[in-house]
Design a protein around this ligand. Sequence first.
Ligand SMILES: *[C@@H]1O[C@H](CO)[C@@H](O)[C@H](O)[C@H]1NC(C)=O
Ligand SMILES: *[C@@H]1O[C@H](CO)[C@@H](O)[C@H](O)[C@H]1NC(C)=O
Ligand SMILES: *[C@@H]1O[C@H](CO)[C@@H](O)[C@H](O)[C@H]1NC(C)=O
Ligand SMILES: *[C@@H]1O[C@H](CO)[C@@H](O)[C@H](O)[C@H]1NC(C)=O
Ligand SMILES: *[C@@H]1O[C@H](CO)[C@@H](O)[C@H](O)[C@H]1NC(C)=O
Length: 404
Amino acid sequence: MLSFFLTAGILTLSVTASPLFARQLPITLPFTKVINTTGTSIVQSDQARIRALMDRTIRNAKEYVSPINTPVTNQAVYYLAAVGIGTPPTVYNLIVDTGSSITWVGASPSKPYVITSSSIDTGYGASVSYGSGFMIGEEYNDTVTIGPIDIYNQSIVGAEFTIGFTSEDGILGLGPIDLTEADTTSDREVPTVVDTAFYEGLTAARSIAVSFEPTNVTPIVNGEITIGSVDSTKYIPQITYTPTTTTSPASQYWGIDQAIFYNGEIISNTTAGIVDTGTTFLWLASDAYARYQNATGALFDDDTSLLTITQDQYEHLADLVFDIGGTEFALTPNAQIWPRTLNTLIDGTADKIYLVVGNLGRPTGSGNDFTDGQVFLERFYSVYDSASNSVGLANTVLTRSVIN
Ligand SMILES: *[C@@H]1O[C@H](CO)[C@@H](O)[C@H](O)[C@H]1NC(C)=O
Ligand SMILES: *[C@@H]1O[C@H](CO)[C@@H](O)[C@H](O)[C@H]1NC(C)=O
Ligand SMILES: *[C@@H]1O[C@H](CO)[C@@H](O)[C@H](O)[C@H]1NC(C)=O
Ligand SMILES: *[C@@H]1O[C@H](CO)[C@@H](O)[C@H](O)[C@H]1NC(C)=O
Ligand SMILES: *[C@@H]1O[C@H](CO)[C@@H](O)[C@H](O)[C@H]1NC(C)=O
């Protein structure tokens, strides 16, 4: 099955000047969700990504390169954004990735990195292995244009050789800067666009904020990333910040500590895991998953590898409550089910009800005991702040909406 929607390349921007930072316009990057389930399922794709993120931390620790398996673009769901590079800019459609931190172009031979008057060869090489793909190339400093904003002297890698990329132009790495340390021959950390925009005084903060809107139509979900500020029209009433976790390996990504409750029952005591825009479902350690299954009375469904419940069980479903930094965020019954109009996308049956909670397949205690993916992020506004090492979350007008 193939649903492919691509409006990136037509870059639409909503820019409102802040009275406080007249020079600091919000840097708003709209992105388009692409779903391509050819050769994989969304569940398998999530599992492969979670494995790749875990492998990468092991690889960094042991300094060996893990075998290349499936391409990054075998990810069933990913996000594309249009970004200009060079003077005059060449517009590239880049995969937005908060799980890696190098920005590079040239994935397709028909659209290589174009050297212009603003390109400065740093003399260094760079390579990134995604556990599921590979890129090696030459590092440049160049001007990156996002909407009306030019970010100067941004590290960009022009790929010379890649494995595992098909129709996209490269990757916009928005993960934590620490991930870049082992990636270039300079052996230094490479500032991401988020860091560079801040250092150049273009933004007031070294952060990104992400808004996803839940949808029940064949997904062309347009989301928005705001670099260096937050979009106050996207959340209510305020953002609660919690320090990132100190538990490894979750701490190498946007990791947090959270506890989960259902109907007053503990599903998970406070433990570390990650918040990830690149994962679709909500994944729990096997013991927490078993408690959730038991509490909801759900059955495992072989076709989808997800849990299924009856209409009657759905009507009795309670909020799944996340305690993050002492603040409670409720995933409503409707937010716990997959949009029924999209059941065929997950190989499901039209009239069944599937839960969006998956089993990580390992018990609590691995240092990465959950992944809060898009099904979670669609219901809350999220902020990733590198300066204060914290993750912010807020309710939105869609937190309690009934659309699935
Ligand atoms: C969808 O994925 C398949 C398998 O990875 C790939 O061959 C194909 O080019 C992709 N389609 C699009 C439109 O990207
Ligand atoms: C590239 O830019 C960084 C700042 O982002 C700077 O530290 C470095 O010196 C620049 N390299 C060259 C070769 O200009
Ligand atoms: C980029 O860095 C170089 C030195 O590496 C410097 O000469 C140049 O002025 C910088 N460009 C901008 C636009 O800041
Ligand atoms: C949560 O922690 C408490 C106190 O340590 C313990 O008694 C309880 O068994 C734990 N519950 C779960 C579900 O892990
Ligand atoms: C399932 O829930 C029942 C009560 O709701 C409880 O008695 C039982 O121990 C639970 N089983 C597991 C595996 O948690």
